[in-house]
Ligand binder design. Structure first.
Ligand code: SF4
Length: 459
């Protein structure tokens, strides 16, 4: 049953329950925290895990075909829930909402509203309020406004994951000015808008004051940050590193073409608070493919950035994204990607088979690489990277490291899990309070994780 309408709810009683399902990147995860904050400010509370909710939001990702398909299958499944409980409100937010717009309502007419990622946090509460009050004109709303104030959601309203009290995401850039041929993001999130640095720092100070030890600055191209006074990401890192109580600073996702010498120098200068880890998507090791992808750098340019990073920040860990099977990628081009992986020896690689997305430049290109070949290349990348990662992880054996505890290990409930500044996951025996930093001696290493014993040392 839906909760009672607002007019008869006892004062202070929740107005109803909500559930948000999230697909995609950290930006989406953080957008969901804003959506949750907007609903909680309206008096809604999270639905208990096994219960149906009065308001369900699906926060979608359009970057790959698979994520989009998962969303449509979940939306279909929720149709039965809506039939059982006609008062339930179902909203679709995020990148699929923006890309599909009205067409989404035609395909899933039981959806009550569709909100793009830049309009959703500001618009969701009003729509839910109107629908609950029986205002039928709100049903079928499609709001795809690319709002410039999307980076200004009141940060004290963000409902951060209570299970992860030591770490917080902080948006600094929204949107993207690049035009990579395979990517829907410029269409779904619009052109870049940067948040004023004073506002970002106020949020970081407030987080540090309540015990958050690590912040991660977010932007689709986070390293293009430039506020209205011309201050860049390097200036922000420098200022954030001065904040008392804060122990770790990360930023993601960086574009290789904007990984300037000045930013690398700023990273080096703000150590150890700026973590020695950088996610720097390469996408392909072939300059010809990179050019077809319109990435704005070539193989040598990318390798030059890696060399500079390793020179200025010794010991830095690197992660990357790779797309296999982009149109025009033959076996020789693919081998260049394998060779680049061998050369750089990344600590993490997220590899994907190319899937054409509507509305992108590459969608017009003939997708000549068969699915079979794509999957074969994917398997070859994964096999190579597994070896490299196993070798990289073995370097940690015997070392005592600082682990920011995130919670119980996903594999074993008797173990706790956390991360190194280098972004590696470490599991260790016993319990530890999430949000604290503990010392762990690494005694086992596999390609995908590290395992250790807690040791009695103040980190
Ligand atoms: S830089 Fe390229 S891949 Fe990244 S969000 Fe922008 S268009 Fe997409």
């Amino acid at each position: 049953m839906p909760a009672k309408p607002d007019s008869v709810a006892p004062p202070g009683a929740p107005k109803g329950t909500y559930r948000i399902e999230t697909w995609g990147c950290q930006m989406n995860v953080h957008d969901s925290e804003k959506l949750a904050g907007a609903l909680e400010a309206e008096g809604f509370v999270p639905a208990p895990p096994s219960c149906e909710a009065d308001v369900v939001l699906l926060n979608t990702c359009a970057i790959r075909q698979k994520a989009e398909e998962k969303f449509f299958s979940e939306a279909g499944r929720l149709l039965a829930g809506k039939r059982r409980r006609p008062g339930m409100i179902l909203g679709v937010c995020g990148c699929v909402a923006q890309a599909e717009g009205k067409a989404l309502l035609e395909r899933a007419p039981h959806v009550d509203f569709v909100l793009g990622p830049r309009s959703a946090p500001a618009a969701v509460a009003d729509l839910v309020r109107r629908l609950r009050a029986g205002d039928e004109s709100a049903r079928g709303t499609v709001n795809l406004e690319l709002r410039d104030d999307a980076v200004r959601f009141p940060f004290d309203r963000i409902r951060r994951d209570p299970g992860s009290p030591g770490k917080a995401y902080v948006t600094i850039v929204e949107g993207c000015n690049h035009r990579c041929a395979f990517c829907v993001v410029p269409k779904t999130r619009g052109r870049e808008v940067c948040r004023p640095m004073g506002d970002v720092l106020a949020e970081v100070r407030a987080l540090a004051a309540r015990g958050v030890l690590e912040v991660e600055f977010l932007g689709q191209t986070v390293n293009s940050y430039r506020d209205e006074d011309g201050r860049r990401l390097g200036d922000l890192l420098h200022a954030a590193a001065e904040i008392d109580g804060l122990r770790r600073i990360r930023f993601t996702t960086s574009h290789p073409a904007q990984m300037t010498d000045a930013l690398i120098d700023a990273m080096a200068a703000a150590r150890p608070k700026v973590c020695p880890y950088l996610h720097l998507p390469v996408q392909s090791g072939s300059s010809a493919v990179l050019s077809a992808m319109r990435r704005g750098y070539d193989r040598d340019g990318y390798l030059g950035r890696v060399a500079r990073l390793r020179e200025r920040c010794p010991g830095v860990s690197l992660g990357t994204d790779v797309i296999v099977g982009f149109p025009g990628e033959g076996e020789p081009e693919f081998r260049e990607t394998l060779a680049l992986l061998e050369e750089v020896r990344f600590d993490t690689v997220y590899a994907f088979a190319y899937s054409p997305r509507r509305g992108t430049a590459a969608h017009e290109l003939a997708d000549l690489v068969t699915q079979e070949v794509k999957l074969d290349r994917l398997a070859r990348i994964q096999a190579l990277q597994k070896e490299i990662q196993a070798e990289r992880n073995r370097l940690w054996l015997g070392r005592t490291v600082d682990v920011l505890v995130e919670g119980t290990s996903k594999r074993r409930s008797s173990e706790a899990s956390g991360r190194l500044p280098e972004n590696r996951v470490v599991n260790f025996e016993g319990a530890a309070a999430p949000g604290t930093i503990v010392a762990v001696e690494i005694v086992r290493a596999s390609a995908y994780s590290l395992w250790g014993h807690r040791v009695p040392r103040e980190p």
